[in-house]
Design a protein around this ligand. Structure first.
Ligand SMILES: *Cc1c(COP(=O)(O)O)cnc(C)c1O
Length: 518
């Protein structure tokens, strides 16, 4: 075999499904690992030869190559550019993941977050040199309190789940301060997995609260479960079925009457922001996923941020550091003393995710109060447009309109041989990122669609049209098509279970091929 056929056979043997000699498909270019491209002696930068130095490492000195791939600058630029082109992102198309609020990430936010006064500062700088950044934290905290009606907010948690940890630790600390031992936490059956996980991580036993036939918390069952051993109830409103908990006041009154606290998972705040203040619903503590409600969703430009708003009873336990108004401008309380004597310690090295604070505040200020109300209205309208457009083709488990996300179950696939997973894979061939599947668990074969307010009617029409066509094909018995999907992607259906259970996290060079003579 000559060099040239070898160069293409490597590709065609490994990746054969493409049906081309090169392994590429059109201008969608296959990309091996950097390590597979390694070529000894090649280098992307010009470095001067290192000066001779005495070996002070003894027998620990490295003898072989360090193992970094040798690769030239144009090759490395292409490598990462090609990988980035394989990435499906909120900037390339609809991302209807229910519960994730994958909304457009305004460029203005990015511009603000990159200002040197925010991007180039260090958390250990003297406080007098970062007054502007502290003012942003303080202003954002102010508006989070206004929007939720709560008197206090802990800014440092780094994500929703981290905020839950913060909130549940505050609840635990508050009970302890009262000398009460309460070891049980009630969690709605439809809850996000982080709710029971957080309660368990804080040492509580977790008990599920059943849902009623309307997809809401069963109030009578909840009341029966409440007692002197219950520390808190964890609920989401709107809940993960995309439904508003209409009996929320009765629920919070019952929780308080039992001496427990009401933790609200605020991940679904997008549906009610500017319209409902959680404090008015009786919420004692709630995290806010800045990276959902206030843009910059997962993969949309940065890390998460999960500030936690707290009722007065829980506020003294907020984790350090606290940004406070002092004599000479903003100050940072770093120790559990003075006003912060009962603070539950630190959850994060420093103040929180500064870039996310800037983005969230920019999002709020560019929308204004009326604009934020509009966010919630449009998000709910878009979800109901999807629900109404699909309810005769797919099956909706609950009656009536939804909030920010439309939930379907898999009854429409009954006896077709097609599953929720198959529908999701077929959607990928159609150029749509799938919706959230098999969550919430209370609904069989769930398909949870959250379009957010940032999608246009034209996009939603195309998405609805595709789902209608796929549902019709499932009914017509085109099982093979569904089982085979996706067929147009760089990789076909993957063994996701093995990938999760036995991930291959380390690349190892192939054994050199043995020669025929051996
Ligand atoms: C996203 C989400 C969470 C967790 O938030 P992270 O920021 O991903 O840690 C918790 N609950 C619900 C309902 C969510 O949608």
């Amino acid at each position: 075999m000559n060099e040239w056929s070898k160069a293409i056979s490597n590709f065609t043997a490994d990746l054969g499904a493409s049906g081309t000699y090169s392994g590429h498909r059109g201008l969608q270019i296959e990309e091996p690992l950097l390590f597979e491209r390694d070529s000894e002696g090649r280098c992307g930068v010009d470095l001067p030869a290192p000066p001779k130095a005495k070996n002070r490492l003894g027998t620990n000195a490295r003898k072989g190559r360090i193992g970094l791939p040798g690769i030239s600058e144009p090759e490395i630029v292409r490598h990462f550019t090609r990988l980035s082109q394989k990435n499906y992102a909120i900037d390339t198309g609809l991302y209807p993941l229910g519960s994730c609020t994958m909304k457009h990430n305004p460029r203005l936010n990015e511009k603000m977050a990159r200002l040197a006064g925010f991007a180039d500062i260090h958390p250990l700088q003297p406080v007098s040199t970062v007054q502007g950044a502290l003012a942003v934290i303080d202003q954002l905290a102010h508006w989070l309190k206004v929007l939720t009606g709560m008197p206090a907010v802990a800014m440092s948690p780094a994500a929703g789940a981290h905020g839950e940890l913060c909130g549940m630790m505050a609840i635990r600390a508050a009970h302890q301060a009262k000398g009460e031992t309460r070891n049980k936490v009630l969690v709605a059956e439809s809850a996000h997995g982080t709710n029971p996980a957080t309660a368990a991580a804080c040492g509580f036993t977790v008990e599920a609260v059943p849902a009623n036939a309307r997809g809401r918390v069963d109030l009578a069952a909840l009341k029966a479960q409440l007692g002197p051993d219950v520390a808190a109830v964890m609920l989401t409103n709107p809940n993960t079925c995309g439904l508003f908990e209409t009996e929320i006041r009765e629920i919070s009154d019952a929780v308080h009457a039992a001496g427990a606290y009401f933790y609200c998972d605020g991940a679904n705040f997008n549906a009610i922001v500017g319209r409902v203040r959680p404090a008015d619903l009786g919420v004692d503590v709630m995290h806010i996923n800045l990276h959902k409600t206030f843009s910059t969703p997962h993969g949309g430009g940065g890390p998460g941020a999960g500030p936690v708003v707290l009722a007065a009873a829980l506020a003294p336990f907020a984790p350090l550091p606290w940004v406070v108004h002092g004599k000479n401008g903003f100050e940072v309380l770093e120790k559990a003393e003075g006003a912060a004597t009962q603070a539950l310690g630190r959850l994060k090295g420093f103040h929180g995710q500064m870039g996310m604070f800037v983005r969230a505040l920019a999002y709020m200020m560019s929308h204004g109060a009326d604009g934020l109300r509009q966010v919630a209205s449009d998000a709910v309208l878009n979800a109901n447009y999807v629900l109404a457009g699909l309810k005769d083709d797919l099956t909706a488990p609950f009656e009536g309109p939804c909030m920010h996300e439309a939930l379907f179950d898999d009854r429409f696939l009954k006896d077709t041989g097609v599953t929720t997973l198959d529908v999701a894979k077929a959607l990928i061939d159609e150029g749509f990122h799938p919706m959230t599947m098999y969550f919430p668990l209370v609904v069989h074969g769930a398909l949870l669609i959250e379009p957010t307010e940032t999608e246009s009617k034209a996009t939603l029409d195309r998405f609805i049209g595709v789902l209608k066509a796929l549902a019709a094909e499932a009914r017509e018995g085109k099982v093979d098509k569904f089982r085979a999907a996706p067929t147009l992607t760089p990789r076909r259906r993957l063994d996701e279970t093995s990938a999760a259970r036995q991930p291959v996290l380390r690349w190892k060079p192939e054994e050199p091929a043995r020669t025929a003579a051996e």
